[in-house]
Design a binder for this molecule. Structure first.
Ligand code: SAM
Length: 249
């Protein structure tokens, strides 16, 4: 079951990403289009020139380069699987060597001073480490008072007590790290470390995810099991969840 969104509508919603269309597949994607997620998140945050931003789980640093170019921020492009030397090459090619700093990190042992960042962003990555009850306070310590935490992650339209039958053929245990907006809002609220939390579903998230898988297949970098799962679900359960919160000032 396909849930659809037109390319014109996508271009209207994500003009900064659209302007980069010729480069969407310069690098092998690590998941759904990171720039759609980044552009959506930036719309709900306040990113100002010169701010220090941690892009946690940045993968190939595509979003780090995007935030630096579009908003004039400095970005620490931090990742576990992708080596910083590889990301430095991309950052250098974008002419951002003085403003985007690649670094190898493990999210549970971040080598930064408390209160260092104005903002922490994480795209399609925070669910790998951020669902732990103790993690929110740990990450919030790296933010200045008034600093912002913003994520977009694969998520659920609502929490699942049981796995729906239509998802059984495709489900992996790791997918239980996908959660609804209400789950993330409560998770951050309960930490006591993040205030004024807002969370929601990325509008037409399932349709965007499906469209990205089609485009990826056309570019020869498709993910057939994921495409089949999204098609079987048809937007019933799988979605993208975003959440933004601020450290009390
Ligand atoms: C699906 S990829 C997404 C990468 C990138 N944000 C994007 O959307 O293209 C998830 C990323 O999370 C990072 N990650 C997973 N667990 C991590 C951890 N414990 N510490 C730091 N990064 C982690 C991986 O290195 C990987 O690059």
């Amino acid at each position: 079951m396909t849930v659809a969104i037109t390319d014109d509508e996508i271009a209207r919603r994500y003009p900064r990403t659209e302007a980069r269309r010729a480069h969407w597949f310069d690098e092998r994607p690590m998941g759904p289009h990171v720039l759609w997620l980044a552009e959506h998140l930036a719309g709900g945050m306040s990113l100002k020139p010169g701010m220090r931003v941690l892009d946690l789980g940045c993968g190939r640093a595509t979003s780090s380069i995007f935030f630096a170019e579009e908003f004039g921020v400095q970005v620490w492009a931090a990742d576990l699987w992708i080596k910083p030397t590889e990301n430095l090459r991309r950052i250098g090619a974008a002419g951002l060597g003085e403003r985007v700093y690649p670094i190898s990190v493990e999210a549970h042992a971040l080598p930064f001073a408390e209160g260092f960042f104005d903002a922490i962003v994480s795209l399609d990555a925070y669910h790998y480490f951020g669902t732990n009850d103790l993690y929110t306070a740990e990450i919030a310590r790296l933010l200045k008072p008034g600093g912002q935490l913003g994520i977009v992650v694969p998520g659920l339209t609502r929490e699942l007590d049981e796995l729906p039958a239509h998802l059984e053929p495709y489900w992996e245990p790791a997918f239980w790290s996908f959660h609804s907006p209400e789950w993330w809002r409560r998770h951050w609220d309960r930490s006591g470390a993040i205030g004024s939390v807002t969370a929601g579903l990325l509008p037409d998230g399932a349709a965007l995810w499906q469209r990205w898988l089609e485009l990826s297949a056309e570019a020869g970098v498709g993910n057939e099991p994921e495409r089949a799962m999204l098609a079987a679900d048809g937007g019933r359960s799988l979605a993208f969840t975003w959440a933004v919160g601020t450290v009390p000032g």
